[in-house]
Design a protein around this ligand. Structure first.
Ligand code: GLN
Length: 234
């Protein structure tokens, strides 16, 4: 069976609201199908990153984002080449913001991202906290659910498109009813929770993109019940 490699970017700095659960979901759902899975942590000070099938970066507070923003600049060209190679990326909240061009906090310097997504974020004066439901057209339809906690307002540009339309909660910026982003195989979302255990169609979509093959269906009754219990909740 094929081996799946996952690069977990800065888990010691960006890993709030259970975002590490997304790694566990990807790992277990691949192993349950018989794949061998290798998870590598990429931390501050690492000089090089090897190629991975999937990269994940979680959420965090502005302070931790400052350090990660600086660290990511060292790997920007490599990670852009990984996007072009077809690697799959998922960024959650603060990590999502750094997959775009920049995050401008209310105070202090602009935090540079790595421009995997044609998007930018500026801090708002209100903090969006609560459950979110998104209607989505993608194959992992029809809905995505999760929990948001951010002051950043993210705006998409060019070929970077949203994951869907917010039907409960705020999403990217609380103005244009979009949530999340996709460009090529790079995905971002504000949905914590963890995101993937309650959105297993999305998890399997990421795995199929990374592995390059269709996966057998699993018995997802528990995950589906957890997903459905959140639909429409505020
Ligand atoms: N610090 C960022 C914001 O407040 C991201 C927060 C997060 O990752 N939950 O928008």
């Amino acid at each position: 069976m094929k081996k799946l490699t996952i690069g977990h970017l800065y888990p010691k700095l960006l890993n709030i609201y259970g975002d590490g659960g997304n790694i566990i979901t990807l790992k277990k759902r691949a192993e349950w199908r018989g794949y061998d899975v290798e998870v590598d942590e990429i931390n501050s000070g690492d000089s090089q990153i090897k190629e991975h099938d999937i990269y994940f970066i979680g959420g965090g507070q502005d302070l931790q984002q400052i350090e990660v923003s600086k660290e990511l600049q060292k790997h920007k060209e490599f990670l852009l080449s990984e996007r072009e190679r077809g690697a799959v990326f998922l960024g959650i909240c603060g990590g999502y913001q750094l997959l775009g061009h920049y995050y401008q906090p209310l105070e202090g310097d602009r935090l540079l991202g790595i421009s995997l997504l044609d998007a930018y974020t500026v801090a708002g004066r209100n903090r969006f906290i609560g459950n979110v439901t998104v209607n989505t057209e993608y194959v992992f339809s029809p809905t995505l659910v999760g929990f948001e906690n951010h002051s950043g307002l993210t705006y998409l540009q060019g070929e970077t498109k949203p994951l869907g339309v917010v039907v409960a909660g705020n999403g990217n910026n609380g103005q244009d009813k979009t949530e999340g982003a996709r460009y090529k195989n790079v995905f971002g979302t504000y949905l914590h929770g963890s995101f993937l255990p309650k959105n297993v169609n999305f998890a399997d979509y990421m795995l199929e993109l990374a592995l390059g093959e269709k996966l057998i269906k699993l018995d997802d009754e528990i995950e589906t019940n957890a997903h459905n219990a959140l639909i429409g909740k505020m």
